[in-house]
Design a protein around this ligand. Structure first.
Ligand code: NAP
Length: 315
């Protein structure tokens, strides 16, 4: 039986990955720092430790074919936390011989990102988080070349389908009051990824890992939607119109000097102002059919509750 170690199993992609790999028949070991936020499928092993605890993780991950790095350190402290976590996950992959899988994001393309993002689109370190993600992926590429550590980056848009996303924290927060919050101009396409589909992509790519280069990058097209299209999908699902409200960026800008988190979020405003979508043709060539739940169903499940009842609001 193929086996996977999921790092960050209490997180959004981490939990979705545990569920997807387990349901595909993999032996799953879930690394968490605390008790699972919701029950895990039967047969899933747990290891409770920090991601930097290499000795414990190497023992738990012995024999793993794949490691999913779904860790996400404090958003305001990537400069100091990402490098040691990256080094630790690479050391773990080197020790176990497993292929390391990483969910990439679109930060790498910088704040002047072009409208279509393919695997060949150049990176641009125009802001600190772009530089940090570029360094993270470069470390994986170098480890593949110099140390024989195999890795796969699966790049996706903003997550949908759990708590703590732009959708539940802002855009759909006022649904009960008949409001939909727009993060920017309503006609700008924005890349989204429905977590159960993305986790399914991780499984399907993991099963085909032998067909890939030692360091591979694949883009998931997911759902590309303007704010207007997303609002219309919610209106259709609810059967009533919603009043459009603009996200209070001016307030965020005012409060930003007082809060590192607000500052960090404000730096990412450009993603709502620049149209972008991920070109998923390379992934499609590998998989044939890429899992994609229809938008109406995604919205129905988002309305039913983050993570469809399996998630808790994270603080
Ligand atoms: N969110 C998005 O929209 C999005 C889009 C594209 C790509 N990504 C990427 O996908 C990855 C996962 O993101 P996510 O949103 O799923 O993350 P998340 O929900 O914020 O969860 C991250 C998990 O990492 C764990 N963690 C952080 N530092 C740790 C450490 N030192 N030791 C052990 N566990 C640690 C946290 O543990 P605790 O629960 O104990 O705090 C948490 O469960 C990140 O690389 C992110 O950049 C995210």
């Amino acid at each position: 039986m193929a086996s996977v170690l999921v790092l960050g199993a209490n997180g959004r992609l981490g939990r979705a990955s545990v569920l997807a790999f387990a349901s595909a028949g993999w032996q799953v070991t879930a690394q968490l720092r605390r008790a699972p936020r919701a029950s895990l499928p039967a047969g899933v092993r747990q290891v409770q430790c920090d991601a930097l605890d290499l000795a414990t993780l190497a023992a738990a991950g012995a024999g793993a074919d794949v490691i999913v790095n779904a860790l996400n350190p404090d958003y305001t402290q990537w400069a100091t936390l990402l490098p040691p976590i990256t080094a630790a996950t690479l050391a773990l992959a080197a020790t176990t011989g497993a292929t390391l899988m990483l969910p990439g994001n679109v930060y790498n393309f910088g704040n002047q990102l072009p409208a279509v993002l393919s695997e060949d689109t150049p990176f641009a370190a125009t802001h600190p988080k772009a530089a940090q993600r570029i360094a993270l992926e470069a470390a994986l590429a170098h480890a593949a070349r110099d140390r024989g550590v195999r890795s796969i980056v699966i790049r996706a848009g903003d997550f949908l389908g759990d708590a703590g996303t732009w959708l539940d924290l802002a855009m759909a927060k006022g649904l009960a009051q008949g409001r939909f919050t727009q993060m920017g101009p309503t006609d700008q396409p924005h890349a989204w990824a429905w977590l159960p589909d993305l986790a399914q992509v991780f499984v399907l790519v993991a099963e085909r890992r032998a067909m890939l280069a030692p360091h591979a990058v694949l883009h998931v097209e997911g759902l590309t939607l303007t704010g207007a299209q997303l609002q219309q999908a919610f209106e259709a699902a609810l059967g009533r119109p919603l009043k459009t409200k603009a996200f209070p960026w001016p307030w965020l800008r005012l409060a930003a000097p007082l809060s590192p988190m607000l500052r960090a979020l404000f730096q990412m405003r450009y993603l709502w102002q620049r149209p972008h979508r991920l070109d998923g043709r390379r992934l499609q060539a590998l998989l044939g059919e890429v899992p994609q739940t229809p938008l109406a169903e995604v919205v129905r499940q988002c309305i039913a509750g983050p993570g469809n009842g399996s998630a808790v609001v994270r603080t």
